[in-house]
Write a protein that binds this ligand. Structure first.
Ligand code: HAM
Length: 414
């Protein structure tokens, strides 16, 4: 038997029902903010991710699915969506001189992480990116849109945590302070982090090793190194969120696992998912478009993970049972033929249901009617056919009624 690849999942009903609900709620929400969908290839040139996410990040160092194609090109299964959006933004010739673009995406991402609950090697993200606006109101709007979505889908107990990572110059100054702290405790760091002290010391703050977490906990905070401009930006983001009634917590320990951020960084955190606490995250990345070869363009965005949202919804007791309007049980050849036509008529009226063609025993068929969530079961034998009426059972109240065949439809299957 061939099994699925470790860390990759089949999405089966009833989970797929919750999945569709999440996707529909996200699409509904972003449409209200004027965001449009962009679909990009799942495979990209490896350099796109190494140059954007950053060489010293966990994602690039350890988690990418990278391989050579038959032409010898190094390709990578995308570990996230932002880099591809930026590439598409730069390559898109049809902007008419307008640098503003409001895009969203939905699709599979790949990270070679150690699989556990809420952490997979193939997972689905949806996200939104706003290009071309540097103002703090844009950061706040993105966070508000994400909160709006969480409310729309009915997710509770998720906290929006925000921080500022400052501007490039602020981070240079901060790096010095951080290095001073790290040098004092270098022997406690993992080998990767010892190396990161020279490649990118900020990444030590994001390491998942216990010892490194302890060292990071005592480190100076980047928020204490903000210059006046980044500081004012952060104040305005908070002020705008306050004005919109969006609740948040300032968490100076948020650094994000990707290198491209500056100024706002935020995460949606839950305590209900075990070790995987982030259901979403994002931030501002004003340098990335230019860094990847485009014109200097500010941008801010976020992404959320579908699997973690499904787990949260299930944890909250969300119902994801299938439901159909009818299940027809024909008994006999003529009844079968009639039932196929009855099904066609009911579906043309907008009802949904299943016609049994298996001819299994009645007891089994009633079990199936329950499994598929049929509201009504319609039993038609050759005798019923001759009499022009069928037994219709309301599966909830268990009441059975005899209804003329021609009357079975929207008005009777209420
Ligand atoms: P991220 O924080 O790496 O950000 O991922 C966003 C979300 O994807 C996480 O909060 C989590 O829900 C989900 N996720 C990440 N890894 C896994 C995994 N292995 N298994 C299941 N779910 C996972 C980004 O990817 C940025 N591109 C977000 C962004 C958009 N920043 C600006 N624009």
């Amino acid at each position: 038997m061939i099994s699925r690849i470790r860390g990759m999942n089949d999405i089966l009903p009833p989970d797929s029902i919750l999945w569709n609900r999440i996707e529909a709620a996200f699409r509904r929400t972003v449409a209200r903010y004027g965001f449009y969908e962009v679909k990009t290839p799942i495979l990209e040139e490896t350099a796109l991710f190494t140059r954007s996410i950053g060489d010293a990040t966990e994602i690039v160092e350890k988690e990418m699915y990278t391989f050579e194609d038959k032409g010898g090109h190094s390709l990578t299964l995308r570990p996230e969506g932002t880099a591809s959006m930026v590439r598409a933004y730069i390559e898109n010739p049809e902007t008419d001189g307008d640098s503003i673009a409001r895009w969203f995406y939905f699709g599979p991402m790949y990270r070679y992480e150690r699989p556990q609950k809420g952490r997979y090697r193939e997972f689905y993200q949806f996200g939104a990116e706003a290009f071309g606006v540097a103002a703090p109101e844009q950061d706040a709007e993105m966070m508000a849109m994400a909160v709006h979505f969480l409310n729309e889908i009915g997710i509770k107990d998720v906290t929006l945590k925000i921080n500022s990572l400052g501007d490039n110059s602020d981070r240079q100054a901060y790096k010095e302070k951080l290095l001073e702290h790290l040098r004092g405790r270098e022997s406690e760091l993992c080998e990767d982090c010892k190396r990161r002290m020279t490649t990118n010391p900020l990444r030590v703050l994001d390491c998942k090793q216990e010892n490194c977490i302890a060292v990071a906990a005592g480190a100076p905070l980047i928020i204490d190194s903000l210059g006046p401009e980044a500081g004012a930006h952060f104040e305005k983001v908070k002020h705008t969120l306050d004005g919109l009634g969006i609740k948040y917590v300032v968490d100076p320990h948020i650094v994000r696992g990707l290198d491209y951020y500056n100024r706002s960084a935020f995460e949606f955190i839950t305590e209900n998912l075990g070790a995987q606490k982030a259901v979403g995250g994002g931030g501002r990345y004003d340098a990335l478009v230019e860094q990847l070869g485009g014109p200097s363009t500010p941008a801010v965005g976020f992404a959320m993970g579908v699997e973690r949202l499904i787990a949260l919804l299930k944890d909250q007791g969300a119902q994801s049972l299938p439901s159909l309007d009818f299940f027809v049980i024909p008994m006999g050849e003529a009844a079968q033929e009639y039932s196929m036509k009855l099904g066609a008529r009911l579906r043309s009226e907008g009802l949904s249901g299943e016609i049994d063609c298996s001819g299994r025993r009645l007891k089994n068929l009633f079990k199936r009617a329950e499994r598929i969530g049929a509201r009504y079961t319609i039993i038609i034998g050759d005798q019923e056919l001759a009499e022009g009426a069928a037994n219709v059972k309301n599966m909830e109240s268990k009441e059975q009624q005899r209804i003329a065949l021609d009357d079975i439809g929207r008005s009777t299957l209420k």
